[in-house]
Design a protein around this ligand. Sequence first.
Ligand code: SF4
Length: 66
Amino acid sequence: DLPHLAEDDAQAAALKYVHASPDSEKHCANCALIQGADGEEWRPCALFPGKVVNANGWCSAYAPKP
Ligand code: SF4
């Protein structure tokens, strides 16, 4: 299993990543950059190789799925 991305990781902090999105309509699970399987709590993200992000998280690179 991949390690969870930490909010105080330098790259995460640069993108203001948080485990709990402040916007219920914008979160990692419906971001174009999320990877892995729907329904998983922690999933890979194209921006953070080698780590997993929270499905309910968010960062400033958020882009809605097309
Ligand atoms: Fe979440 Fe940001 Fe990755 Fe999108 S780019 S899945 S908002 S961490």
